[in-house]
Write a protein that binds this ligand. Structure first.
Ligand SMILES: C[S@@+](CC[C@H](N)C(=O)[O-])C[C@H]1O[C@@H](n2cnc3c(N)ncnc32)[C@H](O)[C@@H]1O
Length: 209
């Protein structure tokens, strides 16, 4: 079995990669466009990392909780929150693989680029279902099925992207409604002569009221 990636080690330099910042910006704008978050909403960002998406959504919602299993990634987010004196962002260290879950119920749950690091992504959707308030929304971004070349280091990568249609079918099967998908970003990697494109989907769905 693939071992877990050490995100603590990469945390200090995570935000220095421009394509990650661009991706987070495009994912956050796609979420805002699709969901129209508002100040009545308490949100959760699962696999929030250094908070690239969390902090872009923050002004749109009442509160946002960043959840991640890496204390190093969370420490970077916590430093930003402290330095910018933000009051509506909290963090909590939880590992879904150990069945650890955050307390509380949420109007909106988002997750970006974390699904492919989970051996059993279906468990994440069950968790979201449990943590959502009735009528709550999810917005999940990840790679479309790719050829296995996206990650230079595939430690902790359990899926080479996903078939968005299959994810939507699964969400409908477990009771979500109003499923939709769009392309939030296209990541370009490789040299100019041999560039490869990796589309990133954003799937949104609602828990029935
Ligand atoms: C590729 S990073 C994405 C971070 C952030 N969402 C972003 O867009 O920059 C994946 C994140 O998922 C977290 N993660 C991986 N497995 C996890 C698990 N089992 N439970 C909670 N978080 C997990 C990692 O620690 C890491 O911060």
């Amino acid at each position: 079995m693939n071992e877990k990636r050490d995100f603590d080690q990469v945390a200090p330099s995570w935000d220095e990669e421009p394509r990650r910042v661009k991706l987070a910006g495009n994912v956050a704008s796609s979420i805002i466009g699709a969901i129209h978050p508002d100040q009545t909403m308490d949100a959760l960002d699962f696999g929030c990392g250094t908070g690239l998406v969390t902090l872009l959504l923050r002004p749109w919602v009442r509160s946002i909780l960043g959840v991640d299993s890496s204390r190093g990634m969370l420490a970077v987010l916590e430093r930003k929150v402290r330095e910018r004196e933000m009051t509506n962002v909290e963090t909590v260290c939880r590992d879904l693989e150990k069945d650890e879950r955050p307390a509380g119920r949420f109007h909106l749950i988002v997750s970006s680029m974390t699904l492919h690091h989970l051996p059993e992504p279906a468990r994440l959707f069950n968790l979201f279902n449990d943590l959502l308030l009735p009528g709550g929304l999810i917005a999940v971004a990840d790679l479309d099925t790719e050829d296995g070349n996206f990650h230079d280091d595939s430690t902790g990568v359990f899926h080479h992207g996903f078939d968005r249609e299959k994810i939507m079918a699964h969400l409908l099967e477990i009771g979500f409604i109003d499923c939709g998908a769009q392309t939030a970003d296209v990541i370009v990697k490789g040299t100019e002569a041999a560039a490869r494109e990796y589309p990133v989907f954003l799937i949104t769905a609602r828990k029935p009221s």
